[in-house]
Structures are given as structure tokens and as C-alpha cells.
Design a protein around this ligand. Structure first.
Ligand code: GLY
Length: 445
């Protein structure tokens, strides 16, 4: 991606957001909406430190500024107005934005403090979006009654269909994360580093602080990979016989997130060989599912297809020893693949707006129930795991005899497999893999 194009893409992005906001404001009878950048939250009521800011996504949709207590005023037909709070403090200073291409597209007013928004907004009904709804009232808008779910919900849905600017940022976030994954692949192959050191290596390779990653890095050696979000890093050197490493980690670029998982294997022997087949099977399935992510397909159908293919892989590896009827297959695949196939991705790792309807009852953790449409960006992340309590339940249930438990016990030492890429759905050419940009758009391999 040529980052020199960002200023032009950004200008078009702002024009597009203006076009998308206007009918929503008209429908809700609003003359303007104020988007708050976010508040610093105290880590505890009993001390005076704050968590790092997570900006309000509705604000960050307009500009890559990561500072607390700023506001953007959006009104039909007007250049968006940024009220940029500039405090003087010798304790802390927010990081300067990496690039200032947003200056040309916004009216910017610097203020030491925002106390009263009324001089900055047009007369009439003003909507307010922020993580503290009462702030709109404190800032003189009398707007708390307009901070209703409908406004937030409509604005959330606007983030589902990415503009070319957003796709460029997401692609760059993928490129940045790739350096971290490559560093950990190489480190695992040749060393016995603890999970904590691997995590720190990832941060170094991607030039991010822990608080800047889109979500806490998941770095899991061996059986720890059976905990889907393993974030309590071991501090001791990995035993020499650890044969697997699962890394689920991303990066951010201008607020946009990548979310990538890879599973690495080393060593020899029957168990490593069986696990290698499992990794290869999951990776091949993942690429098939990416290629199948076509416009107009319900995402949940892809999730169901993933479950069918999980059973095929379990049979190929001989974990499942006999044919299963469809009901039994649903139970078995959900024991080995207990999470959703993926989720919408954008300014938030789990962006909202693609989960407006509930999934089927046996897909409780599926976070994308949308109909696949151009402009969407989402993850495809199937997995197969050996989670102790799920294995125990399966063993004791009616499907228990169909499983080779000695093979499961051996493979459980390696925890599990997950392979995850980020897909952008193009209007005409099919899915574009942002994580593996060398693959042809449309899903070939
Ligand atoms: N990759 C972390 C998550 O999706 O929760």
C-alpha cells in the first residue's frame, strides 16, 4: 500500500461519512451531532492512575486522534469541526498524531478546556455520542435524551462498510502485524523462550507498546493453546519438548486493527506428525472458507460449513473413528471448535454492526450474523482445540465411543490450532485477503 495516497483517501473518506451522516440526522430530527473522543478511566477508585485511552469509535471513524475530551461537531453541509482540547501539564502529554493529513478536511479549534459546547454547535436539536452520556448535559447541550440507542446503533452500522481509506489502514495494520508473527515463528523454531519473552519480541518487531495493540496478545505454548485467550504469559523457559506455539496478535494503524492467528509446530514423532496434519488441515480449510466468503452469503452459513469441515479433518486425522450422523457431528464439532468463525473488524477488534441478529442457539459465540456485503472486513478463524472440560463432557456423552481418546490425550499436550486472516469483501472481485496480500483477490490460492 502506498501510504502517500492516504491524504487523498482520507479526504474522500470524510466526504463519504458526511454523505452517510446526513440522512441519519434528518431521520432523527437532529441539527448536528457531537462525538466525544472518550474519557480517561481510573484504574481503580482507590488510586489516581488512569487506563490508556480507548477512543470512542464514532469519533475515531472521522479522524485518527487518540486524545481524551476532544469533540467533533458534525452538521449537514458544514465542514466537521474539531474542538481539540490542549491542556498544559508537566505530568503527561498525549502523543502527537503520527500524521496531520486530517487538518485540511476539518475546522480545528484548540481549547484549553471544553466547558460549554453551545457556542460551537448550530441552534436546534443536538445529538451526543460519548462514553459518558451525562457529559453532553454538563457541556450545555441538554442532550442526554438524544443519546439513545437508535442514534448509536445507526452510527455503528455505518462502520460495517469500509471506505477505501479504511481498507488501506486495515491493510497496513496487517502488514505491521506480519513482522511480529514472523519474528515469533523464527524465535520458536530455534529457541526455548518463555511466553513473556515471545510477547515482548512481538511488541518489539511491531514497534508497539502493550497498550497500543488492538487486543492483548495471545501467546500460548503447548497445552496453553487450549485456552482460547491465553494472556497470562509464562515467565520460565519453555520445556525443550514443547512442540506447539499459537500466536493470536495484531497491530493498529491510524486506529484500525488487524487480528491474525498462526499456529507453529516443531519436533518429530507420531504426535507431532498427527498435529502437523491437523495444522495443515485447518489451514487448508481456512483458505477454502476465505475463498467461499462471497457477497450475499449469510456469514453464519460459512460458520456452519466450517463445522462440517472440522468433522472431515477430525476423521482424516483419525480422532473421529467412525461416520457420525448430522446431530452427532454437530455435538462433536462444537466440542473441538467452540467459538465463532469470525467477527467484523475495524476500529475495534470486535467491531459491532455485523451482529444485529442473534445466531442460532448452537452458535452462541458467533459475532457475525450479517449477510456478506461489499465493503465488509471480517476475520475467518477456524480452530480445533483440546479443552480439558469439553473433552471430558464429550467423553462421557453418547458420542464418546466414536473418539480415539488416546490420540486426543497425546494431542492435548499441544493445546490446539487456530489460523486467522482478515478479509475485505470487494464489490465485484470477491474476497481480498488483507493478511496474505499475495493471494489473488477472489480467493484462489
Ligand atoms: N483475536 C482475539 C479475538 O478475536 O478475541
Amino acid at each position: 500500500m502506498d501510504l502517500d495516497l492516504l491524504p487523498d483517501l482520507y479526504r474522500d473518506h470524510v466526504a463519504e461519512l458526511q454523505r452517510r451522516y446526513e440522512p441519519i440526522l434528518a431521520e432523527l430530527g437532529l441539527d448536528a451531532v457531537v462525538l466525544h473522543s472518550g474519557s480517561l478511566k481510573k484504574r481503580s477508585e482507590f488510586d489516581d492512575q488512569d487506563w490508556p485511552l480507548r477512543p470512542t469509535p464514532h469519533f475515531q471513524h472521522w479522524l485518527p486522534l487518540k486524545e481524551a475530551d476532544c469533540a467533533l461537531v458534525v452538521a449537514p453541509g458544514k465542514k466537521p469541526k474539531l474542538l481539540w482540547r490542549k491542556t498544559q501539564s508537566y505530568w503527561e502529554r498525549p502523543a502527537e498524531p503520527e500524521q496531520r493529513y486530517f487538518d485540511a478536511c476539518l475546522d480545528i479549534e484548540e481549547l484549553p478546556q471544553i466547558d460549554d459546547l453551545r457556542p460551537h454547535v448550530p441552534p436546534g436539536r443536538i445529538g451526543f455520542v460519548g462514553d459518558e452520556p451525562a457529559l453532553g448535559v454538563r457541556w450545555g447541550l441538554g442532550a442526554d435524551r438524544y443519546n439513545y440507542a437508535h442514534l448509536i446503533g445507526r452510527l455503528d452500522r455505518l462502520r460495517v462498510h469500509k471506505t477505501p481509506y479504511e481498507v488501506a489502514c486495515l491493510a497496513e495494520a496487517n502488514r505491521l502485524a506480519a513482522a511480529g508473527h514472523e519474528a515469533l515463528r523464527a524465535a520458536f523454531r530455534t529457541g526455548d523462550l518463555p511466553e513473556l519473552t515471545l510477547h515482548l519480541r512481538y511488541l518489539e518487531a511491531t514497534r508497539q507498546d502493550d497498550s497500543e495493540t488492538p487486543y492483548k496478545n495471545i501467546v500460548a505454548l503447548g497445552h496453553n493453546a487450549a485456552t482460547l485467550h491465553h494472556i497470562h504469559y509464562g515467565k520460565r523457559a519453555a520445556p525443550k519438548d514443547v512442540q506447539s506455539l499459537l500466536v493470536d496478535a495484531g497491530a493498529t494503524f491510524q486506529g484500525y486493527a488487524s487480528d491474525i492467528t498462526r499456529t507453529w509446530l516443531r519436533g518429530t514423532g507420531a504426535t507431532a506428525s498427527a498435529f502437523g496434519h491437523l495444522v495443515a488441515g485447518v489451514e487448508a480449510m481456512q483458505l477454502r472458507l476465505c475463498a467461499a466468503a462471497k457477497v450475499d452469503l449469510p456469514y453464519e452459513e460459512l460458520h456452519e460449513e466450517a463445522h462440517r469441515q472440522v468433522i472431515d479433518i477430525l476423521q482424516e486425522v483419525r480422532i473421529v473413528r467412525q461416520p457420525l450422523d448430522p446431530d452427532a457431528a454437530r455435538v462433536v464439532s462444537r466440542a473441538f471448535f467452540p467459538h465463532g468463525l469470525g467477527h467484523s473488524l475495524g476500529l475495534q477488534c470486535h467491531d459491532v454492526g455485523c451482529a444485529l441478529v442473534k445466531p442460532r442457539l448452537d452458535n452462541p459465540y458467533l459475532r457475525n450474523t450479517s449477510i456478506i456485503a461489499p465493503g465488509q472486513v471480517f476475520t475467518i478463524e477456524p480452530g480445533i482445540y483440546f479443552v480439558d472440560f469439553l473433552m471430558d463432557q464429550l467423553r462421557q456423552g453418547p458420542q464418546g465411543p466414536s473418539i480415539d481418546w488416546s490420540l486426543v490425550t497425546a494431542l492435548a499436550e499441544l493445546g490446539g490450532v487456530r489460523i486467522e486472516d482478515d478479509l475485505h469483501i470487494t464489490a465485484h472481485a470477491g474476497p481480498e485477503n488483507l493478511t496474505r496480500p499475495w493471494l489473488p483477490v477472489g480467493g484462489g490460492s
